[in-house]
Ligand binder design. Structure first.
Ligand code: AMP
Length: 565
């Protein structure tokens, strides 16, 4: 069985295709969303998901979330006295999802389809594949998130030529993609976005609104923005405002509770500049796809922040129609990944569909050019251009600039700048050539880009009939085989928190967070209830533990809802 995974910035999900349809797999707590957070517990074991997320507040030095943004970089995070790359942190989440799928399916799982943002570059895609390997998963395919959303909405079931626009507003990023389905082929025609715009900006706008209505001095304001509790309250109010016309926020400032009611219309006015910023990527994607808004067959909303009515209204206005959002926007990508997994394993319930993506960026090499006797260095010569459907293989010829030159150094880059040094360097390839007059020794450079978005480079020298293949010397952001082996060893001796104890671990971490949040009587009672629960756990009697867990959970729910004891 191949599973489909949405490895998200905030949450991750796993889906499988069963009885002719995609389904989401619940984790040990019975939830389909697993927070993409890991935390190193004091006993040296690794917590993942909700239990880890509770520790963001209580153990910030040992806990980390949002690590998807470091994929494909050398950035290392210290948890306690250990260091981890984004691939390793992601592997803990993937490992937990794999275990959940195995428990649900009652069979071992070794293969997965993992989704990635359409704009992920070669290095980030390689890193995602490595994360899968570290978790013991063979990554059958990396699937672009918008393509997954298109599959979930049945783009591939349409009989005729159709185009979808996928509007994805997540926690921290905004992506727009245009998908096309034609004769059994799904293609990402264009993608654009803003990597610094997401739901969190709307929470910030809400906090600013609160501040405006509260006469605070600058020091209090600064302290409030640094307070995590403050953000949690704002997040809840933001969600309330998606359902209601007003929301009440109570925040403890300078030792006093301050309550304000925020009205949706005022909040929406404050968000106008954010809404304005959503327009540009839409325009760019449509322009790249050479489409007018009315030519689109469907507009699909995904990402949690599209639950905000103002976002839906904006989309409706821009496209002159109601967007599709029949599937839960958090779940769409994982369901699509499950469909792609089934296509891979050739599930009989699915008709044959070929998935084709387009290159999200141009790939090429650095060159020098001679124009009217003048030499220009640092020029970028694209070999495969942005938005070309993949898989693709393209060849281009280059020749020597000097007489007697013995090698041609291919400096492989990706990006859209005509200045090569401004594009991302993927690696270099040294090609020996026989010394000749300048311009006489030539090399045919072939770039092959596969369906996973991974690049292979081949250089053939006609004069010697020799070919240098794929020996791209990558820059250090990509983990090589040796460092993958080291990471695998490191993961082996790190205990992963047992799945059957995850619910208990989550409740304990949640109680500790609430203990920190409160003072006085409430704090004392939380401490007391926590001890009672730990005593019950010590009995190791399944029935006692089950009853205590139910009681403890409803007690914590009570506190979390803000009830006074
Ligand atoms: P994602 O990255 O797709 O999981 O999206 C997460 C973002 O969606 C976060 O910024 C959430 O605050 C936001 N979000 C989730 N539910 C709602 C809601 N009901 N109203 C407004 N924003 C929401």
């Amino acid at each position: 069985m191949i599973i489909g995974i949405d490895l998200g910035t905030t949450n991750s999900l796993v889906g499988v295709f069963r009885d002719g349809q995609p389904r989401l797999v619940p984790n040990a707590l019975g939830h389909v969303l697993t927070p993409s957070v890991v935390s190193l517990a004091d006993d040296g074991s690794m917590l993942t998901g909700l239990a880890a997320r509770e520790r963001l507040a209580t153990h910030p030095q040992r806990t980390v979330g949002n690590f998807k943004r470091w994929m494909g970089s050398d950035h290392e995070v210290a948890l306690g006295n250990r260091h981890f790359r984004a691939e390793e942190l992601s592997a803990f989440i993937l490992g937990a999802l794999k275990a959940d799928a195995e428990a649900w399916l009652q069979e071992p799982v070794t293969e997965a389809v993992i989704t990635v943002p359409a704009y992920f570059n070669d290095v980030q895609r390689k890193a995602t594949q490595t994360a899968g390997r570290l978790a013991g998963l063979n990554v059958e395919r990396l699937l672009n998130e918008p393509t997954a959303a298109g599959l979930a909405y049945g783009l591939q079931k349409r009989t005729d030529h159709s185009t979808f626009l996928i509007f994805d507003l997540g926690g921290g990023t905004f992506d727009v993609s245009v998908l096309e389905y034609f004769e059994g082929i799904v293609e990402v025609r264009a993608s654009a976005g803003d990597t610094r715009l997401g739901g969190e900006d709307f929470a910030q706008a809400l906090l600013e609104q609160f501040m405006r209505e509260t006469d605070l001095n600058d020091a209090d304001k600064e302290a409030a923005f640094a307070d995590k509790l403050f953000w949690r309250v704002a997040e809840q109010a933001k969600r309330d405002l998606s359902e209601k016309e007003s929301a009440e926020l109570t925040l403890r400032i300078g030792g006093q509770d301050v309550t304000r009611t925020i009205f949706r219309d005022k909040y929406e006015e404050r968000c106008a500049p954010l809404l304005q910023r959503l327009r540009r990527p839409i325009e760019r994607a449509l322009m790249d796809a050479r489409l007018r808004p009315e030519e689109l067959d469907e507009v699909v909303l995904i990402g949690g922040a599209t639950r905000m009515p103002m976002v839906r209204q904006l989309v409706a206005r821009l496209f002159g129609r109601l967007p599709l959002r029949t599937i839960n926007p958090d779940e769409t990508v994982a369901l699509g990944a499950a469909i792609q997994a089934a296509l891979k394993s050739r599930d009989a319930a699915l008709d044959e569909v070929v998935l084709t993506d387009v290159m999200p960026y141009s790939l090429g090499v650095s060159v020098s050019e001679e124009i009217n006797g003048q030499r220009y260095h640092d020029r970028f010569s694209p070999i495969i251009e942005r938005n070309t459907p993949v898989p693709v293989s393209r060849m281009k010829m280059f020749s020597t600039m000097e007489s007697g030159q013995k090698t041609i150094l291919l400096d492989i880059r990706q990006g859209e700048s005509p200045k090569s040094s401004e594009n991302l360097r993927l690696g270099t390839l040294e090609v020996p050539v026989p010394p000749r007059q300048k311009g006489e020794a030539e090399v045919e450079v072939r770039f092959t880009y596969d369906a996973n978005g991974l690049l292979e480079v081949e250089a053939h020298v006609p004069l010697t009939e020799k070919t240098v293949r794929s020996l791209i010397h990558r820059d250090s952001q990509v983990m090589d085989e040796a460092s993958i082996a080291v990471a695998l060893e490191k993961m082996k001796d790190l205990k992963i928190h047992p799945r059957d104890q995850q619910e208990n671990a989550y409740l304990i971490q949640r109680a500790k967070r609430l203990y920190e949040d409160h003072l006085g009587n409430v704090r004392e009672t939380i401490g007391h209830e926590l001890t009672r629960f730990e005593v019950a756990l010590d009995t190791q009697d399944e029935r006692v533990v089950r009853d205590a867990r139910a009681d403890f959970k409803s007690f914590l729910d009570h506190i979390d809802r803000g009830f006074v004891l």
